[in-house]
Design a protein around this ligand. Sequence first.
Ligand code: SAM
Length: 322
Amino acid sequence: MARAEKRALALRARFCARLAALYPEKADEILQAQAMPRGIALLVLPWRAELAEAQAQLRQDGVPNEVLATQPPILFVPAHARASAVRHRLCEEGICYAMDAASLAVVMALAPTPADRVLDACAAPGGKTLALAAMMQGKGEIVAVERAKARFFKLRAVLARTRAPNVKAHMGDVRRLVPRLGAFSCVLVDAPCSTEARINPEDAQAFRYWSERKIAECARRQKSILAAAVKALADGGRLVYATCSHAPEENEAVLAWLLMRAPELSLAPAPNPLALPTQPGLCEALGHRYPAPVQQAMRILPSARNGAMFLALLRKSRAASR
Ligand SMILES: C[S@@+](CC[C@H](N)C(=O)[O-])C[C@H]1O[C@@H](n2cnc3c(N)ncnc32)[C@H](O)[C@@H]1O
């Protein structure tokens, strides 16, 4: 066996052992769900089409779908029809956007309205930016920031194709840009992470890029992005922190750090309007303890309908109450 292959297998074993420790009764189910094909959500962009119109068009073209939510408008397509949905004219022409239901749940937890000014701190390729825009019915203002040049151009192409009317995109490091962007009533930090919850455990090669060292590096970056995001958040505002990692180092540990550093923030119970399978944030994991409020965060577990995500909803107190 080649050395690289051996290393990937060792990393896979380490990943599975961590998962078994995190989810003692559900690890096998989670591994299976991460490996299986799943359905896809289609966000119907309200400035481009009505939900019923998109639903009928897809059905007429043989793409089965059900309404998953109306605010924002979302259709759900089962796994066997996923490829035909993604290739459908409505997606190609930017009338619908195909994305994972768990990603939509993250934006629904922030629940921006047309009255909000929203910072999307880590925006590309832009699925959650569009979901924010859809929840705001194309009104209010979204500032979408992306640091990686190639990904920024993807974001810009997505915004152009979908004709998102209320989004301004900026290329740059959000930590540097924040002092120039003003204050926001809502901030989304969909943080760069180890993406371990998206790894297909049956593909040993996928583990070549996974390691506990990478998790630690991601956690450091997440903290520095959050520190900037909190500065951008207006008093009384809401912030959602999300990752697609199971690692407590990137989730509960980052939250515990944030709550200590920014006492003006408090965790609020994360809502679950799409009724996805979830469990609360962990107070104890992999030999570490975290403060009780982290239980208000939500671990979305993977299923036939959705991938896994971690999300936390935080509120910044008003200056008068501090
Ligand atoms: C998880 S992805 C975001 C996915 C996106 N929110 C979506 O739903 O399509 C994280 C993104 O943050 C970007 N990023 C990483 N560090 C950043 C920084 N300091 N400032 C702005 N963007 C950053 C990465 O390049 C990556 O595109």
